[in-house]
Design a protein around this ligand. Sequence first.
Ligand SMILES: [Zn+2]
Length: 331
Amino acid sequence: MISRSLSRRAFVASTLVGAANVATRKVCSADRTARRVKIIDIHTHLGTFNWGQELTPEGLLKLMDAHDIERAVVLPLISPETSLFPQTTHAALAACKAYPDRLIPFCCFDPRAYHHDPKKPDRIGRIGGVPGMVELLKRYQDLGAKGFGEHQVGLPFDDHLMMTVYEALETVELPILFHLDDIRGADTPGLPRLEHALRSFPKLPMIGHACGFWASISADATDYDFGHYPTIPKPVVPGGALELLLAKYPSLYCDLSEPGGYFAIARDMEFGRPFVIRWADRLLFGTDYLMPDQEIPHFELYDSLDLPEDVQAKIYRENAIRLLKLPAIPA
Ligand SMILES: [Zn+2]
């Protein structure tokens, strides 16, 4: 989900700057490797995000068809810090049941519905605590959920309640897609809280995105950067916490969607392109579709990168198939 620290209008305006930056990279457009792979989009939403702009399943399919997106992950959004309009797991499951060949459901709950007493039933499961979460997650898995998220909760990233969610997810072997900035899944430069979670639950695939996560591509990321997207161009200082964690924890993945993912690459294309190639096994392409008329600058950005075919296959498709254990329909 797009952070409230940057309005959609501001994002679109800023992407014009990005487009100019992309244009300067098009030195050899004749050599450009055309996108030859149908996309599995790791990040979309259904329902209302902005007042009066509902994205229906049919509206999403239209956007997907316009951009060669074969299948899309539908992420519920239910925490109060995300939106005025909750998008429930049950709505995602119903939409995906209607279009099982195109839409892939994730499930989600807010751990604050868990009241800390493992001996009592709570709002999450008939039995309390992590076992209650496990019971609920297994029920969602039986209904088709392939992952958990968008996990965007107004708590520190390694808060006790957040850690109980990660523990339950590791138990049921569902990957998590999380949002990390200065408010939701909050962390600080160096990403110590994210590292605490990665270290504690090494078997849990964790797919990150948003402002603070992607600001950490640069070693000079500040607290301010965790709540604000960069003005581009802005050179990346090598050795950022994100890359250090990718090297140390094979369970860490990156969701390229939303302004954070866009700016991380567009801010410094000379750094961005080798980064994408270097970490091709850990990057997943996503749009963060939320609205019927939404423009996604990522398509032009990635087309301009002239990525090798094997890299395209991984970030557009194969990593998602592997991580979500999807049927491997040939592209
Ligand atoms: Zn989102």
